[in-house]
Design a protein around this ligand. Sequence first.
Ligand code: UN1
Length: 508
Amino acid sequence: MAVAQSVVEARNYVGGRWVAASTEETFEDRSPADTRQLLGVVPRSSATDVEAAARAARQAYPEWRRWSRIKRAEVLDEFVQLVKRDKEELARLMAVECGKAINEARADVVEGIHTAQYWFGRARMASGEVLASEIADKESYVLHKPKGVVAAITPWNFPFAIPMWLICPSLVEGNTVVFKPAEETPLTGQRIVEYMEKAGLPAGVLDLVHGFGEEVGWPLVTHPEVDVVLFTGSAQVGSMIKEACARDYHKFCVCEMGGKNAMIVFDDADFDLAVNAAVISAFKTTGQRCVSAERLIVQQGILERFTRAFVERARRIRIGHPLNEDTFMGPLVSEAGLNKVLGYNRLAREEGAQVLLDGGRLEDGEERYGYYVRPFVYTMPHRSDSRVLREEVFGPHVAIVPFKTIEDAIAIHNDCEYGFALSVCSRDYRKIRAIREECEFGVGYVNLPTIGAEVHLPFGGLKKSGTGMPSAAALQEAVTHRVTFTINHGQEIKMAQGLQTQVEALES
Ligand code: UN1
């Protein structure tokens, strides 16, 4: 389906001005659903552009920090009015730019709107604490003060919602932001900045630099003016960012990284609910969420029936252009993504998987112009030395792994370097509770898919999945410093811990 659309000339946004990259170079933004479709021509920026953006953000910081917290948040209310007006058009742009099915693109826009609304409201809520002192005349406050300049480096799989998760709390708390959207989704990223500008955000408060990880992301992470790095992406890049931030004494980072998420299905589960939850977990967004499930850990008693039903439903999944209303799975995001998924499908066979659905590329019709693949489903007993059962694939590639006892299920679940999302399907509260207590994860679900977080909940994983500092609603902790501020309402100095001041002897 060719979509008539004019080619967008994207720009960086630095200090309130829309500018080309200092290199004057550009790169092409093509649709993964049909690579004949050129969507945009995008600045290929360099460290020089990062320098200008970081300086602009630093310059804008003191004044922005002094705005009332409530006034800062009012910009987000304005932003929401603008986005709501364009919601459908924005979802369509996102669908063709990253390949996610249109109904998921709409949900992505809604998630971004919810984030802005949440932080708009939160600005009027208490944001500190008043604490007692050992001394009756003293009283302490804990205040959140902004940290300064935040770098937001975001992925293509939620090109609207995830930048909003990172940008909104940063701005409301009084930081300024340099934003680098994924090179696969620069136009959706740029739209956020355009709406913020229209909503009245002052120049320099949110700066945008387009480009690639090595050329823009890295200079941004290591830039001395950047105080906080907020990153969502691969574990490999996240680990480099953590290392770089550790070297720089003032720098803090939050990294949301990959997952090898599992659904644990017990014999007593509500059968249809469990099968549907598994299909949604494995195949929505074509398996490209950091919370997608690539492991279905299923108890022996229902293994055969579950496997049959799951494969049947997976076989019926509609794969097609993201703008078709009935598409369940759009394409993978890129050729690199496609090669990675096909490579892991091959590896599963090499590791002895029993393949139930072949997961090949769609090579006929219009689909041959995009990166479309079919679901790949296999069964394999758990093995600690298996790569496919432990590494993140980021695609519609899912293993059905049998288990006998709850202890087996827990051991299989935790035998993995990641710990992001988990779902358990059962009717037995004791089993559910044991899973909750013994499994390592950051976002857990019962009788639900592993996907579908809401913006007012903390969102983050353990182990290789994250820095243990969740984002979304919990991000205030990352972009502010908790300042303790103690006041003496008396006329004498009285110390805690019974410490004698001994100053009387010094007076005359
Ligand atoms: C991601 O998986 O990269 O929980 C983010 C969800 C979404 C966000 C996912 N609200 O599925």
